[in-house]
Design a binder for this molecule. Sequence first.
Ligand SMILES: Nc1nc2c(ncn2[C@@H]2O[C@H](COP(=O)(O)OP(=O)(O)OP(=O)(O)O)[C@@H](O)[C@H]2O)c(=O)[nH]1
Ligand SMILES: [Mg+2]
Length: 642
Amino acid sequence: MPYWHYRNPATTLLFTNTLVEFVMYSDYIRNVAIIAHVDHGKTTLVDQLLYQSGMFRHEELDKLAGEKHALIMDSNPIERERGITILSKNCSIQYTDRRKNDYKINIIDTPGHADFGGEVERVLKMADGVLLLVDAFEGPMPQTRFVLRKALNYELKLIVVINKVDRKNSRPDDVVNEVFDLLVQLGAEDQTLDFPLIYASATQGWATTDLNTKTTNMKAIFEAIINNIPAPHAMRDAPLQMLVTNLEYSDYVGRIAIGRVFSGQITQGQKVTVIDSQGLHTQQKVVQIYQFQGLGRKETATVHAGDICAIAGLDPVDIGNTIASPDNPSKINVIAVDEPTMTMTFRVNDGPFAGKDGKHVTSRKIGERLQKELQHNVALRVEPGVTPEEFNVSGRGLMHLGILLENMRREGYEICVGKPNVILRIVNGRRHEPIELLAVDCPLDCQNAIMSLLGDRRSEITTITQKNGADDFVHMEFLIPSRGLFGLNARMLNATRGRATMYHTFERYELMRGAIPQRKAGVMIATTTGQVTAYALDALYDRGIFFVEPGEEVYDGQVVGEHCKENDIPVNVVRSKQLTNVRSAGKDDAAKVRPARKMSLEATMEYIQADELVEICPNSIRIRKLFLKETDRRRQTRKAPR
Ligand SMILES: Nc1nc2c(ncn2[C@@H]2O[C@H](COP(=O)(O)OP(=O)(O)OP(=O)(O)O)[C@@H](O)[C@H]2O)c(=O)[nH]1
Ligand SMILES: [Mg+2]
């Protein structure tokens, strides 16, 4: 029996009556997911709810916060570095209402970046309702639309939270209207259009139902959850059904399956039937059960329908499997997550520096790592490539695949990846391509530059608006082929001197549009293996921009810079000055060192062309030509169809 049960006077009275006791159990649970566009403040809000739950000392929580956004729930290293959420996470908060009833609120924080949309889809089935956060200045953005559409599909109860009302130029009333319009566009029913509404400042830790009445705490959010999100619909007498929505691995207990019990109950030591996605049944035994409590978990003997828990001892078990009663096993239907829209080839690093840096370099190791990733990365697909050294890996976007590569690199893998391609579909014999909804916010004086950039890329404009309180800014929305997004961010930042922001989310497949311009500039290719010298770079400075610095090791066939013209050129960047006994009079000997262009992993993936690869190693990221020898490259160009 969970501890909050004992503290509930209403329940204590009913202890003798097990039936009523059980009804009470799930009545005091709420399962809620927090969804929004990227950076609208989901994780900050969950952190505040943890602080204000009274379950922890503030100093305890302060110690758990870290790096860029100093958030507790963004707990993995890449999340901390980049200040974004990548994985959905559970926590559980105890809340006592005015009538002294204790509730357990299971909260699921989700990522807002479009590439991690699969993470949102994966967890929504655990929830009975959602808090839709919308930035009080930005209003609904592409990912707001995506996650809201998913929540409506699952028929989850909606609470709207207009967050960041403390922002100077916030425009909460307009934003509420925009959310309403979005709901109408998405075909929401009247009941949903009548959504409960809360205004909040997650950073300042307060929330209110009426903007004229400021508060000092988040009570309005807790109360909205308790009063509006339905208690889980739990059938006590029905046979056990639990849906697995996440997997973890522990060295001590092996696989841990996390999910929600939809009916019946699950008990330690119990025999269960695990039904996999193909409908195959395996008889297994539950070894341990944990319930979520605050940020941690506590072992427990039994979990009843309605609650979320973690189960150790089951293997095989996968996301989407049902854990059922052996007497009457039946499967829970899961809604399939969206298919990937982008694919890339991962291949063994066969460059001259292979194995210098990483621990895991073989195709077997890479294959095993990708299989492991598939177990929990629900939107990822892996297929064998044309040779045993290659794998075709598909995901939702550059960042989705980029984070996987970043993780592998940190774990000591070396990999080469080819140019990402969008996944086409053949519908009625005709090629269709993914189309994305792109939102751009920029100063008015950049509008023309952006329009011409996007006009080239087969996009069509759907909206142009100016937000109140930001008259010199314009908000534009476009429908654009996913292909057109490659390299767009860098060019847009260039064209607007970093003053534009863009976000995109997959919208639908449409008939293939025409050609889209590729990278205009050629590259500079190293002709000699060795150490880059300042002397050589200085002599070549008018040829373009270098990606390497003096002292770096490069090899023959490596791309070391961008040429200022359209063709590729070979360059010798390891050349050093001939030493003579004679000093040249009046000439400055010191070569000028100019800054190199350093690109992030994702930027290099966007940058490369079909005849290039990105070589990703634990301590370096290089761009290289697929064929390292110039003679091979020439032969290949001659073979290629014109
Ligand atoms: N002014 C203001 N800033 C806020 C508020 N809430 C969050 N922020 C800031 O917004 C930024 C993003 O916050 P996060 O909580 O990481 O946003 P998120 O929605 O979890 O982002 P993702 O998980 O990456 O989608 C941080 O810099 C926060 O400090 C708020 O109420 N007011
Ligand atoms: Mg977050």
